[in-house]
Design a protein around this ligand. Structure first.
Ligand code: 5GP
Ligand code: ZN
Length: 111
């Protein structure tokens, strides 16, 4: 997708601090961390919203969650972590390429 920052990061056209990559996802550090560890887990396929999820994408997202669970220790999230997906304007989604925020490395406030 033209002019999508996460497509460019996934393609290696824009540098990022990558923590993990395979054929379908990439995980890298958020440039404006909201917790001691703040990673972005980005499926390489470009789509913006969960409402665009067909069966194939549902399987991709399932595998993505499974991988996050398997990678938690190597990502520094072994003490616990939060997974956040911002969707749309009210949630403050700024990048219209679906991504999962992984927050941890410390106790996270929950109010
Ligand atoms: P959203 O607000 O869409 O849920 O999250 C987008 C996230 O992407 C933000 O937390 C923001 O800091 C991060 N971000 C935006 N541009 C870049 C970039 O070029 N590199 C990295 N590593 N993170 C970015
Ligand atoms: Zn994209």
């Amino acid at each position: 997708m033209e002019n999508c920052i996460f497509c460019k990061i996934a393609a290696g056209e824009i540098p990022s601090a990558k923590a993990y990559e395979d054929d379908e996802i990439v995980i890298f550090k958020d440039i404006e961390p909201k917790a001691k560890i703040h990673l972005l887990c980005v499926p390489k396929e470009h789509f913006a919203y969960l409402s665009e999820t067909d069966d194939r994408r549902a399987a991709l997202l399932g595998r993505t969650l499974q991988k996050i669970g398997r990678l938690k220790d190597s990502l520094g999230l072994g003490g616990g972590y939060r997974v956040v997906i911002n969707q749309g304007e009210n949630a403050g989604q700024t990048v219209l390429h679906l991504h999962l925020h992984l927050l941890g490395g410390e106790a996270l406030p929950w109010e």
